[in-house]
Write a protein that binds this ligand. Structure first.
Ligand code: NAI
Ligand code: MG
Length: 353
């Protein structure tokens, strides 16, 4: 019996509702199939916590979290009581930086029973691997000559270490999937960092001769995500390009409420963090109608991470049977509430036992 120690950070708003749902589903899955047990320790760090303590997390939060194998996060943010830059930087971004979660994995696929805004989306099933620690989102640069002659410089930083790391991870994933990889570039316009990115892609590609590799300019790639998403499998991108591509990815799936993500520390030195793409949705928080699919799919990514791919598949299939049967929350055109969707997924899982 493998017992996985997980720190649960439900956070704010619907984060609390959907993490509860996903934990329930994971426990059901473990009981039904055996071989694994999930031990969750909950931490109440959130904007409410901030109101009481004047900080999003206690001073020793990072060392507390480092004792766990994974972090399962809901969503953080409640702009009515704490400004977003404080809640985000005080918790989420701090965890990402401290734990060197340098690879961000975001799948997008046509989910059965969920209507894509695309007229003919076909059965797309792709994963974007996004560099999560540097690139265009660097703190290097500054502003000078305030006023009329002001100037701003924002430097993009591409190190060989981080670039190679994310590209190699993408090739390894492509090898496990369908031996197809597209690298997002813009070497026609960005003349230093992007040719470097392409060179690193080429040199890593040489180690994976059986993977069909292609570099595509980000502008065209963004358009292809809309016009022919089914042609993509694994896509690797820099921080900014990956950020934009993954928003298109969740948009073509039909709702931000279903999109999952993983922030990985590839070295295994720190816990990786699993969280849905959506935020705390203050507009629907407390109503019991949050879509739990994004958080449940995120749980599937956590299962995959720990090598329980078969269980992950059971979870994914059960989830899709539920959406296909039309048991859906209002954001994807249904009338079911969070509880009903969660119970339906659990029932499907029990049928597979
Ligand atoms: P949001 O993702 O919370 O909401 C955007 C829209 O999507 C809203 O209409 C919301 O009702 C809907 N939505 C989101 N999740 C849903 C779900 N599970 N089921 C059904 N509908 C869902 O983004 P927003 O409104 O920009 O941000 C709200 C708060 O969340 C802010 O404080 C923001 O900083 C924070 N945030 C936190 C993130 C995180 O913790 N990773 C990510 C994005 C935002
Ligand atoms: Mg984004």
């Amino acid at each position: 019996m493998r017992k996985i120690e997980i720190a649960a950070l439900p956070g704010d708003g619907v984060g609390v509702e959907v993490t509860e749902a996903a934990k329930d589903v994971l426990h059901t899955l473990a009981r039904a199939h055996g071989g694994v047990e999930f031990s969750f320790t909950d931490f109440p760090w959130s904007c409410d916590y901030y109101s009481k303590h004047g900080e999003m997390m206690p001073k020793d939060a990072i060392s507390t979290l480092s004792q766990f194998e994974a972090i399962f996060l809901g969503a953080v943010g409640n702009p009515a009581i704490v400004p977003d830059h404080i809640s985000l930087w005080g918790m989420l971004i701090k965890i990402r930086r401290e734990f060197e979660l340098s690879v961000n994995v975001r799948p997008a696929k046509k989910v059965k029973g969920i209507t894509s805004p695309l007229a003919n989306p076909k059965d797309f099933d792709l994963i974007v691997i996004r560099e999560n620690s540097e690139g265009e989102y660097s703190e290097v640069g500054g502003r000078i000559h305030r006023g009329e002659h002001e100037m701003a410089i924002q430097n993009a930083v591409f190190t060989r270490r981080a670039t190679e790391k994310v590209i190699r991870y993408a090739f390894q994933l492509a090898e496990k999937r369908n031996n197809r990889l597209v690298s997002a570039t813009k070497s026609n316009g960005i003349v230093h960092s992007m040719p470097f990115w392409d060179e690193v892609t080429k040199s890593v590609a040489a180690e994976y001769p059986h993977v069909h590799t292609q570099s595509t300019h980000i502008d065209a790639l963004a358009a292809f995500f809309v016009s022919k998403p089914a042609e993509f499998d694994v896509v690797v991108a820099s921080n900014l390009f990956g950020d934009i591509l993954t928003d298109i990815g969740s948009a073509i799936m039909g709702s931000i409420g279903i999109a999952p993500s993983a922030n990985l520390n590839l070295e295994g030195r720190y816990p990786s963090m699993f969280e849905p793409v959506h935020g705390s949705a203050p507009d629907i928080a407390g109503k019991g109608i949050a879509n739990p699919i994004g958080q449940i799919w995120t749980a599937k990514m956590m299962l995959d991470h720990f090598g329980f791919e078969e269980l992950g598949q059971v979870l994914m299939d059960s989830m899709e049977e539920v959406t296909e049967a039309g048991i859906k929350t209002p954001d994807i055109g249904g009338t079911a509430n969070t509880r009903a969707v969660t119970e339906a997924v659990k029932e499907k899982i029990l049928e597979t036992a």
